[in-house]
Design a protein around this ligand. Sequence first.
Ligand SMILES: [Zn+2]
Length: 272
Amino acid sequence: MKRILGIALVPALLLAACATAPYTQRSQLMLISPGEENQLGAQAFQQVLSKEKVLHDPVLQAVVDRIGWRIANAANRPDFQWQFVVIDNPKMANAFALPGGKVAVYTGMFPVARTEGGLAAVMAHEVAHVLARHGGERLSQGLLAQMGAVAVQVGMAGRDPGVVQGVMVAYGLGANVGVLLPYGRLQESEADRIGLILMAQAGYDPREAVQLWQRMAQQDRQAPPEFLSTHPSAGTRIQDLQRLMPNALTYYRPAPDQVAESTRLLPGVSVR
Ligand SMILES: [Zn+2]
């Protein structure tokens, strides 16, 4: 019965299956509603947190909260339930964000991010993936290819655990803890572009993003940091960021007491 209902709904679903990315106005295939996506994002986040070791360090947490809330305010999504956590894994130089405003930073990211502005660049990039609904887009493409629109319709209705898993994979979280999957090149450059504006709007100097990618590239010579290995080459990226910089700087109007924060070292990070 459900299936018959699903098939009847397909033409309507496909007609309504488009979305537009914020800031870039790129049109996207979207078979999942923002509400469904946020709900699934929250479920997926709970799953991750039950498997990972959440760090309750008041000093680090305060920094991540402060940066996170500034970005959240710039993102202007009061419909999101923002939450920022630090995951204790010094070997993971990475971070991720899930629909509905769930953001996690691994402790291994702090030495590479180095400054508050560097961490803001990382977090703004991840939040940008969420704002542009890159996971929902990837999920839509994947589900359409694998099962067709009918399965999407039926699966969403049933809150299928397989669909929650699909959201996790679509947002770059692999089946195993500590594995992050890369987005496509188009989505990466879009997240860079949106993230740069977002961090500037949040009061962080967007030029810190270039410094961050330069540090990533430098580290790359010894052992590639996770964030780099799940993201496309640093060289092209730095060039693109520099091209986008004049526009991003028009959004950068920090309060006088905020100016020093962009270059302030993160807790526990020392200058070599
Ligand atoms: Zn990314």
